[in-house]
Design a binder for this molecule. Structure first.
Ligand code: AMP
Ligand code: GLY
Length: 420
């Protein structure tokens, strides 16, 4: 069977690698993929929001199942569009995708179904902002309602800044929505919990802890993620039970009540305080770089899991994991998450020898005349697995030193909570 994979990041390279290990797949087509996926699959350059073009390609290349990596096409309804055209899709429809696509939608579900989350106010008018800010303590979390490419959340230390940021959103700073969600600031430790969901069931799909801030010691602005490790040790069995009963089950029930259901990976972003999980956000996809930390631990054939999910057979699917630990560190282009240069050559990659427990996933790379160049802010993801996070991290850092990319930078303290 031929399979299509939409997206071009490190997450998609990791998905592509796992899928390529399945003997049930004939060819993988990456739309558009990156330099890493081109070694395992056939890359086809296409705009991931041009659904009609994608449909044409799917028909032309006889693709039978489409796996959607990133959120934007899902939020814009790619699953609805392709399903209407009789294509099998792994990923939620437009309404279910609002769990990530609209923070107001997600928060309303939390309120209606009593899901633990930060106190909040959805605002469409300036006086609603002023009322909430006046009665709140700082910091106050200001969020744009719609997708904002990771730039929609501000943790505001003063009320003045919270008001300024909120008014900017109300005036249309982000095209996706003019609504603002104001939230109480939660303290605790963050963790990401993943499930895979079909029409009737869901199954555990790993835990991870991401490091969102750009600098070591968790300082500096937020990024898409500078590194992650799996499993997240803070998610104990008793916390897991609470995540399932207080957060995941009520959410899937809420979607059913709204006349839909979920298919795909569901990423539950959590704050854990005093052994209680609070929902910070939902993402309707695997995390990036969490995916590149979790998938190396997956033992069961990924393609079979995905196919069974699409066919509603998750209850008959056993998903097995290796006991080993896993970490991924992101090598970024200097300047990220602000301005950075593109098209800078990465010379040493083919000189680096990797052992069976290491892997380099490409994130923002492309091949230009057989030369590997950077094509994004997060450029390479270096993964290693093993028994102890301490030695895993040492191994990754030694690989990065060998890559010796002068235009790049990375955090050396990924996993500090479980190492230092
Ligand atoms: P989000 O896009 O909603 O996940 O927010 C991005 C990041 O902002 C999260 O990973 C948290 O680090 C932080 N954050 C969001 N909401 C809150 C909150 N209510 N309290 C504390 N931190 C938050
Ligand atoms: N690493 C965070 C995310 O994928 O949203």
């Amino acid at each position: 069977m031929n399979i299509g994979l939409i997206g071009s990041g490190g997450r998609e390279h990791a998905l592509c690698k796992k899928l390529s290990e399945s003997n049930k797949i004939k060819k993988i087509y990456c739309l558009p993929g990156n330099a890493g996926t081109s070694e395992l699959a056939i890359n086809i350059d296409v705009d991931i929001l041009n659904f009609k073009k994608i449909l044409k390609l799917i028909k032309f290349y006889k693709i039978k199942i489409v796996v959607v990596g990133p959120e934007e096409p899902l939020v814009k309804g790619i699953a609805n569009f392709l399903r209407k055209n009789n294509i099998k899709v792994f990923g939620p429809n437009r309404l279910a995708a609002k769990l990530e696509g609209s923070k107001a939608f997600m928060k309303r579900i939390c309120k209606e179904f009593k899901i633990p989350t930060a106190k909040f106010q959805i605002c469409t008018k300036e006086n609603q902002v002023l009322n909430f800010v006046n009665k709140s303590n700082v910091p106050i979390v200001v969020k744009a309602d719609g997708l904002a490419a990771g730039k929609g959340v501000s943790i505001c230390k003063t009320k003045k800044i919270a008001i300024k940021k909120s008014f900017e959103i109300l005036k249309g700073k982000f095209k996706s929505s003019n609504k603002v969600v104001l939230e109480e600031f939660l303290t605790g430790e963050e963790a990401s919990y993943f499930v895979i969901v079909d029409r009737n069931n869901f199954k555990f799909f790993g835990t991870a802890q991401d490091h969102k801030r750009v600098y070591e010691k968790d300082l500096g602005p937020n990024t898409g993620g500078m590194g992650a490790y799996s499993p997240a040790q803070i998610v104990t069995k008793s916390i897991e039970k609470k995540i399932i009963t207080k957060i995941i089950k009520p959410t899937l029930f809420a979607l059913k009540k709204k006349g839909t259901h979920y298919i795909g990976f569901l990423y539950v972003g959590l704050m854990i305080k005093n052994n209680e999980p609070f929902l910070i956000e939902y993402n309707i996809r695997m995390g990036d770089p969490e995916c590149q930390a979790i998938l190396p631990r997956l033992k069961t054939d990924l393609f079979s899991i995905i196919k069974n999910t699409i066919e509603n057979k998750l209850n008959k699917t056993s998903i097995k994991w290796y006991g080993k630990k896993s970490m991924t560190i992101v090598l970024c282009s200097k300047g990220y998450p602000g301005k950075y240069k593109k098209n800078i050559e990465i010379r040493n990659l083919n000189k680096v020898t990797l052992s069976k427990s290491d892997c380099i996933y490409h994130a923002g790379t492309k091949l230009v005349n057989q030369r590997l160049v950077s094509n994004g802010g997060r450029v390479l993801n270096i993964n290693s697995t093993g028994k102890k996070f301490t030695s895993i991290r040492k191994k990754i850092l030694s690989i990065i030193r060998k890559i010796n990319w002068k235009d790049g930078f990375y955090r050396k303290d990924i996993g500090w909570r479980v190492i230092d």
